[in-house]
Design a protein around this ligand. Structure first.
Ligand SMILES: *Cc1c(COP(=O)(O)O)cnc(C)c1O
Length: 624
């Protein structure tokens, strides 16, 4: 693990206050530079995990842009380093609650698009306008923001926030028509420009909640009314982390994803869902809360532990003290939360005190055992991999994971490290893909959906059991259409649909069909599988020799499964999209519709690359 920065002063909110008690290492007595000692306690933040999570969530949100929400000191992870890592990984913008938080990011030299959405009458709008901080407007703010902009001779970039049901900030639908008129007037004067319209969901963590559907409907009405008032908000944004992750389960994901998503908790590798872990979602927890065992001692049976003697040792045992308490943000009601020491996870016993917690190691004699005495051993309350999860602490404390990480206090220095684990999992880095030679490559230009399907149908005639196809193409490019063509050519049973809802679906050969006895088709969506390791979890290795396997979004994840593969890329035709410009929602919607249509006029470029020994023979020439 390479340590890149030790950020002892962690608050971007209150740079002046944060210094007071943060440093925990004594200054070196001489001028000889010494490597800094490890902090006695720290929240270690893996920036590679942040980057991995951004990349993963951005893929789920595509083609929508991604705003990385770094409010509350990046949920306790350190706003400046997290913001930098998120931007490096492709985040398009940053979001915070307060203008003060935005100003701290600007002061650190971060000049990415930045939005602040929660203001008071004391908020310094002039500073925000001066430093290009975009501002959400929920009501009264419009006038003071317009005035601040006019005074500075600038145009404030604003996002109108509509309350679609959450009952917090945002214009109500009753006040919305007047609001959009007033905003249009201020825009006409050049004081503001309405770049976006936003709302916030109240139950996105409850998949299928009727309220979410209602909120989306109200939002669409609000956007429509804004347009009628002459506004042209190009950035519509609704989804938080759960909305972004669950969009794939909606009939029309674009209604949720819109032009941009605002993701917070997912960046930090934490699941917003009660019934799914971070791992289930392909996220990597970024924060490890650690210290070391600071005292070890032998006690008899019946020893009371911590205030109120809520715990008494059932037998003679060894107790270990860990110097993290509620002043560090460990919830006082979190008795029983996990602590990982020397490969074993123990339950904390007795009251959580201000500065410390106690672990019952469950056997006597460890304090005097020179080999096994854990004094000085690393004690981890939560972290990635084999460590306990934040979820176990939030359960113990009857709260949500958001609160556990966000409340880790300023007494705990943040150590930012970079494990590089995202690079190890990046597309193209797994297996021996790079060494496998490309045998041939074909480029075809179908002009309709039927032609795309025809190519696939013809390709199927060249396929046999054990073949691996990796299918790439953006949303709406026609991956499902293509796979349907393969299915028809192979003569498998009907019913090939977008595999979004399942990881892998097997279509057996249809004995009554055109190709009885032919291979089965296994259709896989690797979109939600972040790594090659996760692909291994669904046992493709076992099914691969039994069928023709088509993996959507599989680049960089499945190459290790076989020495040969076909890589098929479907691109929208020339002119469908301008170079370097994100596709707008309307064109994506049109494409999605076209996929289910008969699809006249769908110019596409289909590239097929034969890779590995299976494909050394000549390319099939009869595809179109
Ligand atoms: C905090 C916040 C988010 C991020 O929510 P997550 O559930 O953490 O992804 C998005 N939008 C607004 C307005 C927020 O306040």
């Amino acid at each position: 693990m390479e340590r890149v920065t030790t950020d002892l002063q962690t608050s971007s909110l209150s740079r002046t206050e944060a210094r007071t008690d943060a440093p925990t290492t004594a200054p070196a007595p001489s001028s000889t530079p010494r490597p800094p000692a490890r902090p006695e306690r720290s929240a270690v933040i893996d920036l590679a995990a942040i980057r991995h999570n951004v990349t993963h969530l951005k893929r789920l949100a595509a083609p929508a842009a991604l705003m990385a929400v770094v409010k509350a000191d990046a949920y306790g992870h350190g706003a400046v380093p997290v913001a930098r890592a998120a931007l490096e990984a492709g985040a398009d913008a940053l979001g915070v609650a307060h203008v003060t938080e935005a100003m701290a990011l600007r002061a650190a030299g971060i000049d990415a698009p930045l939005l602040a959405w929660l203001h008071t009458v004391d908020t310094d709008f002039a500073a925000a306008v001066e430093h290009d901080v975009e501002l959400a407007v929920s009501g009264w703010e419009l006038e003071p923001i317009a005035q601040a902009a006019a005074a500075a001779g600038r145009t404030a970039r604003i996002h109108l926030k509509v309350d679609t049901g959450l009952g917090r900030n945002g214009f109500t639908m009753q006040t919305w028509p007047a609001a959009v008129r007033a905003a249009a007037t201020a825009q006409g004067r050049g004081d503001v420009v309405v770049v976006g319209i936003m709302t916030h969901l109240g139950a996105a963590d409850d998949p299928g909640a009727a309220e979410t559907e209602e909120q989306l409907t109200v939002f669409e009405r609000a956007v429509q009314q804004a347009r009628e008032a002459g506004l042209d908000p190009s950035v519509r944004h609704v989804a938080n982390t759960p909305g972004t992750i669950d969009a794939a389960n909606l009939l029309d994901p674009a209604r949720m994803l819109n032009d941009m998503v605002r993701v917070g908790i997912g960046l930090y590798g934490i699941s917003p869902f009660e019934d799914r872990t971070a791992e289930d979602l392909g996220l990597i927890p970024a924060m490890t809360l650690r210290s070391t065992v600071s005292n070890v001692k032998e006690v008899p049976a019946g020893q009371g532990v911590s205030y109120g003697f809520r715990y008494r040792t059932p037998e003679a045992t060894t107790l270990a003290l860990v110097p993290l308490g509620y002043a560090d943000g460990v919830p006082r009601i979190g008795t029983g939360g996990p602590v990982h020491i020397n490969g074993v996870t123990y339950a904390e016993v007795g009251r959580v005190a201000m500065d410390q917690i106690v672990v019952d190691l469950g056997e006597p004699g460890l304090a005097t055992d020179t080999e096994r005495n854990p004094l000085g051993a690393e004690a981890v309350l939560f972290g990635a991999d084999d460590n306990p999860s934040v979820r176990e602490w939030s359960r113990a404390a009857q709260t949500i994971d958001y609160e556990i990480v966000t409340r880790i206090s300023q007494r705990v220095p943040r150590e930012h490290v970079d494990t590089g684990r995202d690079a190890a999992q990046a597309p193209g880095s797994s297996g021996n893909a790079a060494e496998t030679p490309e045998a041939w490559n074909l480029t075809l230009h179908p002009t309709t959906a039927q032609q795309t399907q025809e190519i696939a149908r013809n390709l199927a005639a060249h396929l046999r059991t054990g073949d691996l196809l990796v299918l790439t193409g953006e949303l709406g490019a026609g991956k499902t259409t293509f796979t349907q063509g393969l299915g028809a050519g192979l003569g498998v049973r009907e019913g090939i649909i977008s595999p979004t809802f399942v990881l892998a679906r097997r279509h057996p050969n249809d004995a009554e069909g055109p190709n009885p006895g032919g291979p089965a088709l296994v259709h896989v969506d690797a979109y939600r599988l972040a790594t090659a390791a996760e692909v291994d979890d669904i046992d493709l290795e076992e099914t691969l020799p039994t069928a023709v396997t088509v993996v959507e979004w599989g680049l960089g994840k499945v190459e290790h499964l076989s020495d040969s593969r076909l890589e098929i890329t479907i691109d929208r035709g020339v002119g469908a999209k301008e170079e370097g410009q994100a596709p707008d929602l309307a064109s994506v919607l049109a494409d999605l519709e076209a996929e289910t249509d008969d699809g006249e006029d769908e110019p596409r470029t289909v590239t097929i690359r034969g890779i590995g020994p299976r494909w050394v023979e000549a390319a099939p020439r009869d595809l179109l």
